[in-house]
Design a protein around this ligand. Structure first.
Ligand code: ATP
Ligand code: MG
Length: 551
């Protein structure tokens, strides 16, 4: 059973509770209205958890409506991915999937109603002229020369627009409101524009399409939405929505409430910009594990519950803010700390030869799969005279605060003996080939007398280890708020994706399992399944909290 995603209090819940108590509405009807012009990202998850979560909490309903008014940017692939991602997050929409395009006939009738009331006109200024005539925040706009055409003329021209007599950009339908309004959105906004493009739902039936603003408020009303929740940038648009609904024959009136959108450090949350990363092949598709998309997070190894927990944690407010990456990371880390069995993996292997251990020696250590959860059981870890340890766990000379193995010093092997580094063997280019050590057989489960062992390192027997590839993901951008930068592409982190070839315990054989592991002293990893590779590939979901990244 899923937890209530909206159990925390927030200002929207307070409004809903008041509305239901005062019987302003007898039920709660929300909606999630994505434009199918890209894959959903974690910002959408905030909106999904809010809208679907509220409906669950108040036993209301939440519609899924595709706001599909711009066929040039939309497609079926996006629609299918959005459906999949919502379900994966653990939500189910009310009834059938809805589309704004299903209302195109009704929307057209409402447009004609506005024309007939003298409240809309066909403008033949071009895009640039419309922009110039609109004025600025400091200066009022100027009326278009087409603004005072007769109603009959407007009806005829709108009909001709609909029948394809005008080329793209040569005519549009505008609301006749107020060209000197202090709210730019009220300066005769465009209601319909010409687009000659096949639509994924209505095919070639239309060459005029309602704008998002015109269709959105009417769609909400037609669907009986009680609380139309959106992000802050639509605050001013509310005036236009009220104007439209006041001036057409429609009964239901939704109430709109705005909250601040999610911004997350070191990434961008905008489908349009994410699309640029995909198109320019800066990432390997929308579900690249570095992407902040739901599909990227899924492939990376995030769980639906960790994303829901995150959305709970950040809350719903009207304050603009930039959420720390660590806030999202701690949600998945806390969850996996409880659920992930421990294993050993060596990501940067270097060989150790134990000079006092015989060649054919083998000892099996029985080690726990979880440090606190005994129900997870135990596994066997073979120990022999040849081991892999991590390159970063060895240093020839001592460094300040270094807790790894140093030449001439001792270290404990995790679950095993204390060893001492005696000498290194190097090739002609001075690269270390292997480290010769000795093993103190008198140290299993106990510390040697009078000697302090400063650290524990992980290891694998070379004769038993299974070779594996590790995909390490780091933040996609080098700056905290790339969204603010015009040339955000200049700040891509060149080290956002690294490939390592190393080893894992041989008991992880099954390439198809969904298990997430904690590789001790490294982090949490899941098996990459999208690749048709015979080798085992692990995606790093997240490093351990205190791990110094040395990738
Ligand atoms: P994008 O710029 O990524 O395309 P959008 O707002 O245009 O975002 P829509 O498809 O229109 O995307 O979004 C569907 C819903 O998700 C809207 O109600 C929108 O307000 C909400 N939403 C989108 N991005 C965020 C975000 N970063 N934080 C919270 N809600 C968001
Ligand atoms: Mg959009």
């Amino acid at each position: 059973m899923k937890e209530y995603t909206c159990s925390n209090s927030n200002f929207i819940k307070k409004i809903i509770e008041k509305d239901l108590k005062k019987k302003k509405y007898f039920y709660l009807q929300t909606r999630f209205p994505p434009e199918p012009n890209g894959y959903l990202h974690i910002g959408h998850a905030k909106s999904i958890c809010l809208n679907f979560g509220l409906a669950e909490y108040y036993k209301g309903k939440c519609n899924l409506r595709f706001d599909d008014t711009n066929p040039t940017k939309e497609n079926i692939e996006y629609i299918n991915s959005i459906k999949k991602d919502i379900r994966w997050l653990g939500f189910q929409w009310n009834g059938e999937i809805l589309y704004s395009s299903k209302y195109f006939n009704i929307l057209n009738k409402y447009a004609i109603e506005l024309i007939k009331k003298g409240l809309a006109y066909v403008d033949q200024l071009n895009k640039e002229e419309i922009r110039q005539y609109r004025g600025t925040l400091k200066e009022p706009g100027i009326n278009s020369p087409y603004r005072n055409q007769s109603i009959t003329e407007n009806i005829l021209l709108f009909e001709r627009m609909k029948n394809g007599h005008f080329a793209t950009g040569t005519a549009c339908l505008r609301a006749k409101i107020d060209m000197s309004s202090p709210f730019m959105i009220m300066r005769d906004p465009v209601l319909y524009r010409i687009i000659f493009s096949n639509h994924h739902q209505t095919k070639d039936q239309w060459c005029i399409y309602p704008t998002y603003d015109f269709s959105h408020c009417i769609s909400d009303s037609l669907e009986g939405i009680t609380h139309s929740i959106c992000t802050l940038e639509f605050q001013d648009n509310r005036r236009l929505y009220d104007w439209i609904l006041d001036n057409i024959t429609i009964t239901h009136r939704p109430s709109q409430y705005e909250y601040s959108r999610l911004n997350l450090e070191y990434t961008i949350l905008s489908k349009r910009k994410l699309n640029i990363l995909v198109k320019k092949k800066i990432v390997h598709g929308w579900d690249d594990p570095r992407m902040p998309t739901i599909s990227g997070l899924r492939r990376r190894g995030y769980t639906p519950s960790s994303i829901r927990t995150f959305c709970q944690k950040i809350g719903i407010t009207k304050q603009d803010n930039l959420i720390e990456t660590s806030s999202l990371e701690s949600c998945i880390r806390n969850e996996l700390n409880k659920t992930a069995p421990r294993k050993i993996a060596v990501l940067n292997p270097i060989k150790i030869l134990l000079s006092n251990v015989p060649n054919n020696y083998q000892e099996i250590f029985t080690v726990p799969n979880h440090p606190t959860d005994n129900y997870m059981g135990f596994r066997s870890l073979p120990f022999t005279n040849e081991l892999y340890i991590d390159y970063f766990d060895f240093h020839e000379t001592n460094k300040k605060d270094y807790r790894g193995l140093v030449l001439g010093q001792e270290i404990r092997l995790r679950y095993g003996y204390v060893i001492k580094a005696i000498k290194v063997k190097k090739d002609i280019e001075n690269n270390i080939i292997n480290i010769i050590c000795t093993c103190d057989f008198n140290t299993l489960g106990k510390n040697p007398k009078n000697r302090k062992i400063k650290g524990v390192i992980h290891w694998l027997s070379t004769k038993h280890a299974l070779s594996a590839t590790f995909h390490l993901y780091n933040r996609l951008f080098t700056i905290k708020n790339p969204e603010k930068e015009k040339n955000f592409l200049n700040y891509i982190n060149p080290k956002s994706f690294l490939i390592k070839k190393g080893f894992v315990e041989s008991n992880i054989k099954n390439k198809n399992n969904d298990q997430v592991y904690q590789f001790e002293r490294e982090g949490y990893f899941c098996i990459e399944k999208n690749k048709n590779n015979s080798n085992l590939i692990f995606n790093r979901i997240i490093p351990l909290k205190n791990k110094k990244i040395q990738d």
